[in-house]
Design a binder for this molecule. Structure first.
Ligand code: BTX
Length: 320
């Protein structure tokens, strides 16, 4: 019925159970209409708890992304005004770029499936339905190009902090990935628009495996990829995750705009997985096996190579 979304909205906003009586009064409908709508919502995959004498509580959102719900959550965001939700896209990056032509304020794009999801250097990003979060975040800052170099560092912190809420030992693989137990849980990439040395648009594409089972991953990824549900042993409510993620992106985007990397460097280093172990670093044609020793205040990484030389990487590809 047309009241379903109104009921969801009231339950979502309420911290305590809401009685059928109160819902009926608030929406100016009959108790029967309330029961019917609640039943229909349960049918659609909402977990709604009903306790006699107390009322209804929204326990869990349905599985699929829904534009109403995403925009309901975004009502609490100071940064993002709108969410564009799709069943299937080639890549949320492509769609975000098109939409950005007509939007002057930050927004997000989510798709249930990506048929041509991409990673860095045109690599493929596996984006199955229901299991993950495939999102592009469009930001409209007005910043000098040199400031952009730290953007990825702040985004990595937003992601790591969100996942840390679900799992204790989360790691950042500098500069673009989140790992748990040495397996890839998430990756992101940043595409920009601007002129000369000024940036006025950032499109950050974020991919996170949430409820993927190991055997659902393409075979080539089964040894190297993981999901939050595999690691925690729990089903992840994608809406609750989304809500927390948006909150953290907002928090770290503000930090990016108003402070410097050195202010969060120690937080970053606590998450980082590169220290005290030999890894393979590729930057351009340069391949180095070495151990990261420290980070610099500009976010670059110091690595001592097996050849004894010291390297300072700006953005290397790291293999475990
Ligand atoms: P990346 O180049 O670091 O990672 C791509 C590599 O990661 C692939 O070559 C593959 O080995 C591995 N991989 C592919 N899919 C997965 C997966 N689901 N889980 C774990 N490992 C995987 C990282 O690039 C940036 C990825 C950004 C993805 C988002 S999704 C929303 C947005 N739209 C889009 O097309 N890309 C971004």
């Amino acid at each position: 019925s047309k009241y379903e979304y109104d009921i969801v909205k009231v339950l979502y906003r309420s911290e305590t159970a809401v009685s059928g009586q109160k819902l009926a009064e608030q929406l100016n409908i009959s108790r029967t209409a309330v029961w019917k709508a609640i039943d229909a919502l349960k049918e659609k995959g909402y977990h709604i708890n009903s306790v006699s004498n107390k009322g209804y509580t929204l326990i869990q959102f349905p599985k699929r992304w829904d534009a109403h719900l995403i925009n309901l959550i975004l009502e609490d965001s100071q940064l993002f005004q709108k969410g564009f939700i799709y069943e299937s896209l080639t890549s949320t990056q492509d769609e975000a770029e098109k939409l950005a032509l007509n939007e002057s304020i930050p927004f997000i794009v989510l798709s249930e499936v990506q048929t041509d999801g991409r990673g860095r250097f045109r690599r493929n990003w596996s984006s199955l339905p229901d299991t993950g979060l495939w999102m592009s975040v469009v930001l409209k800052p007005d910043i000098a190009l040199h400031k952009l170099t730290t953007f990825n560092l702040f985004i990595a912190l937003a992601l790591a902090e969100t996942m840390h809420h679900y799992y204790e030992d989360v790691n950042i693989k500098w500069p673009n990935d989140i790992f748990i137990n040495d397996k890839k849980l998430s990756g992101f990439l940043t595409e920009i628009k601007g002129s000369q040395d000024q940036i006025n648009q950032i499109i950050c594409g974020i991919g996170i495996n949430l409820n993927t089972e190991v055997n659902q991953f393409p075979e080539a990824l089964q040894q190297t990829a993981t999901s939050l549900s595999v690691e925690t042993g729990q089903y992840i409510d994608r809406y609750q995750f989304f809500k927390l993620l948006i909150c953290n992106i907002e928090k770290y985007y503000n930090k990016f705009m108003h402070s410097e990397f050195k202010d969060v460097k120690s937080d970053y280093e606590r998450y980082a997985l590169m220290f005290d172990r030999t890894l393979k670093y590729t930057e351009g044609n340069n391949i180095v096996y070495g151990k990261a020793t420290s980070m610099n205040e500009d976010g670059t990484l110091n690595v001592t190579g097996e050849d004894g030389k010291t390297y300072r990487f700006i953005s290397a590809d790291i293999e475990l």
